[in-house]
Each structure stands twice: as C-alpha cells, then as structure tokens.
Design a protein around this ligand. Structure first.
Ligand SMILES: *[C@@H]1O[C@H](CO)[C@@H](O)[C@H](O)[C@H]1NC(C)=O
Ligand SMILES: *[C@@H]1O[C@H](CO)[C@@H](O)[C@H](O)[C@H]1NC(C)=O
Ligand SMILES: *[C@@H]1O[C@H](CO)[C@@H](O)[C@H](O)[C@H]1NC(C)=O
Ligand SMILES: *[C@@H]1O[C@H](CO)[C@@H](O)[C@H](O)[C@H]1NC(C)=O
Length: 363
C-alpha cells in the first residue's frame, strides 16, 4: 500500500480520505513487482518509463556505480545483503527536512556500506539495530536519528514497498536485491531480485524485511496491506536503542494472522475512511530468536561519512566485534522502556518507544 503521512494529530482526527483501489497506470501497466531484472547487467537506467503519469516520472535511476556513490546520489536500487549482515539500505528522502508521506514516490537508497552507488547513512545515525535471519526472510529493525537521512525529526513516517495505488511502487521504480538467499544454482553469493519486501520509516525507528524469492511465503510474510500498523505488527522484533545484534530467529506469524481461543484468525486493517484504528484484536510477538551476537556500531558500520551532528554512540564505541554472545533459543532479551521492538501492541502501558513504534502508523 502507499506510505501515508501520519501526524500526531492524525491519531485523533478522523481521516476523510477515500479508499483507493490498486489500479495499474495505463501508461505503464506492468506492476513494479512484475518487472524482473538480473543484477547488475539486466537493470535498465530507469525501470519506470512512465513519464506522463499522474505521479510524475521516476526521480532517480537504477543503474548505480562508483560515479553515483555520493551523498547526492539518486540511486533507487537497494540491498539487504548477507555476506555481511551490516550491509543494508533504507529508503529515505532525497532532500533535507522531508516527510515520508510527502516524498514516498521519490525515496532514494541510503546504505550502510560503500559500493552500491548510493548515499551512505552518516556514521552516528544508527543507534540500535537487530538483524533477524529467519528461514524465509531477513529482517532488520532499529533506531535511527532520522534527521540525518533527510527526514523531519518529528515525522511519524509510513511504509515503502513495491506496490502503491498505481502499482508503480513507493518509491516509483525502486528495486531491491539481496545475496542472502541461495539462488537456483545453490550459490548463496549471487544477487537475486527481491519481489516481496517492506520498509517502514518513522518516529526515529525503522524496519525492513526482505522475503526469500524461492519460498512461497513472501506474499504473506512480506505483506503490504497493514501499512497503518507499523513495525510492531509488520516486523515484530526485539531491537533495543543502543544495542547492535544479529540473531537467528523463527519465521513470524504473517502480519494479521493470530490465534484466538484455539482458532486461527485473520485481522484486516480497516479503511482510512473509518477513522483512526483504536484497537487491534491481537498483540504481535517477536518470533523466538537464538544465537544473538552483539556488536558495537563502530565495528559493524565502517566506511561511513562523518555525521554533521554530534556523535552519539550508545553502547560505547571502538571495541572490535563481537563483544558478547548470548544465546539459548527463545531467550527473551530484556525488555526496557526504550525497546522499540518489544512494542506490545498499542497498549499504553508499553514502553514509550514501543508505543510510538506501534502507534506511529495508526492514523
Ligand atoms: C554509472 O551510472 C550512471 C547513472 O545511472 C550511468 O549514467 C552510467 O552510464 C554508469 N556508468 C557505467 C560505466 O555503467
Ligand atoms: C523543516 O520543515 C518544517 C516544516 O515544513 C519547518 O517548519 C522547519 O523550519 C524546517 N527546518 C529546517 C531546518 O529547514
Ligand atoms: C551459504 O552461506 C553460508 C553462510 O555464509 C555458508 O556457511 C554456506 O556454506 C553457503 N552455502 C553455499 C552453498 O555457498
Ligand atoms: C536512542 O538513544 C539515543 C541516545 O541515548 C537518544 O538520543 C535517542 O533519542 C533514542 N532514540 C529513540 C528513538 O528513542
């Protein structure tokens, strides 16, 4: 679905918008999810060739290389890689002080590693990250000083995904690749295009999930119809502000699917025309995780440009990784008041950030 701009006041206001059914753009009727290209040689300069469409032309490009590796890059080819789990990109605005809602069609890739021809996330912006490697997807959730990636500090953000009302994607023409999954040749270092992915940005937090294209679970696990429910429902996790960790985990229950009284139920997000979402019949739980390894941010994220903001390195910096290894299966990681991912639904008794993490997208 489309990313939506969510202001704090919108939590109380009754949204007046109409329901927009997904309709292909007549000028470029091929949905973005059906445009498949081998990386890197098969990728065209721009995958969205609709220059006369209502939402305008694609603002950036998909061929990205050393000449586009700079902080003005308009690269719209993104990655979540496994060789090094600290190698991923987030979608964020090309111009300073923007909201996701105003710029959802235009977001560009901001990455943690040079080499993809994109912008780089400044070195003190990431403040806590949890990577979950599950059988069917890879998920990265955490905390970020979003002003350092051109977002207004108070933007509650929204969802980016390869769908959108006109099926051209948000951003338009945005592509996602990964070398994290074994390809058809069993070589897990080859890049594959990710068809099912989702990325929520806002409230100084984020989550991005890429589903294995070889599994048939992508449409369910990387679902895009719960765009008002945020990371807590779409990407349950135990990310903690100040902690950088990589874990193995089970698959989550698909967003919207829950068990009540022994019966498996599916919740659907109501249309915006019905006003704010005030209750959801279930509270999502992060899947069991194991083999968590904790790092310092300095050890994970090397080669990044200096932030123009004062460096904040919660958890301390400088030591080489890993600093701890914890780990029995499903050991719940301590729940602290600043734990985004432990967001337990929309309960007001949840930690402050947890509430934001969930509430941010309830408009
Ligand atoms: C590098 O990327 C730019 C922008 O997409 C493109 O114009 C240029 O042809 C690329 N260069 C090479 C050598 O592929
Ligand atoms: C950012 O945008 C807001 C709202 O448009 C404006 O009030 C504020 O002055 C801007 N801040 C900067 C640093 O440009
Ligand atoms: C895939 O990657 C894992 C982890 O990096 C490695 O242990 C494994 O040997 C790789 N498998 C193949 C077939 O390359
Ligand atoms: C994360 O921690 C840093 C440093 O303590 C703090 O400045 C920032 O506001 C926190 N982020 C969130 C989203 O709570």
């Amino acid at each position: 679905m489309q990313a939506r701009r969510v202001a704090r006041s919108a939590l109380l206001a009754v949204a007046a918008s109409v329901i927009v059914l997904a309709q292909p753009d007549p000028a470029d009727p091929t949905p973005l999810v059906d445009k498949h290209y081998n990386y890197p040689d098969g990728i065209p300069y721009q995958v969205d060739y609709d220059t006369a469409a209502i939402r305008g032309p694609q603002v950036g490009y998909n061929i990205c290389n050393s000449t586009t590796q700079n902080q003005q890059s308009m690269c719209q080819t993104s990655f979540v890689n496994h060789i090094d789990v600290s190698d991923f990109c987030l979608w964020a605005p090309p111009k300073p002080n923007s909201t996701i809602g105003q710029t959802e069609a235009e977001e560009v890739a901001w990455c943690t590693k040079p080499g993809h021809g994109t912008r780089l996330i400044p070195d003190s912006a990431l403040r806590g990250v949890q990577v979950l490697k599950t059988p069917d997807y890879i998920q990265i959730a955490g905390f970020i000083d979003q002003s350092q990636i051109n977002m207004t500090p108070d933007d509650y953000g929204g969802e980016l995904d390869p769908h959108g009302a006109d099926l051209r994607g948000n951003p338009l023409g945005g592509l996602m690749y990964s070398n994290a999954f074994p390809g058809s040749n069993g070589n897990n270092d080859s890049y594959q295009q990710i068809i099912d992915w989702t990325n929520f940005m806002g409230a100084n937090a984020f989550c991005i999930k890429v589903c294995d294209p070889a599994k048939n679970t992508g449409p369910a696990l990387c679902q895009n119809i719960y765009d008002r429910l945020g990371c807590a429902y779409n990407a349950p996790n135990r990310a903690k502000n100040g902690t950088f960790e990589v874990c193995d985990a089970d698959n989550m229950s698909p967003p919207g699917v829950y068990v009540s009284g022994g019966a498996t139920m599916t919740y659907f997000q109501p249309p915006e025309s019905l006003g704010p979402i005030t209750t959801v019949p279930y509270t999502p739980e992060a899947p069991s995780s194991s083999n968590c390894v904790t790092y310092t941010s300095a050890a994970l994220y090397t080669g990044l440009p200096k932030s123009s903001h004062p460096a904040v390195r919660p958890g301390g910096g400088g030591a080489s990784a890993p600093i701890t290894k914890s780990g029995s299966a499903s050991a719940p990681i301590a729940t602290t008041s600043d734990s985004a991912a432990t967001a337990t639904g929309i309960s007001m008794t949840a930690g402050f950030l947890g509430v934001l993490f969930a509430m941010a997208f309830l408009s």
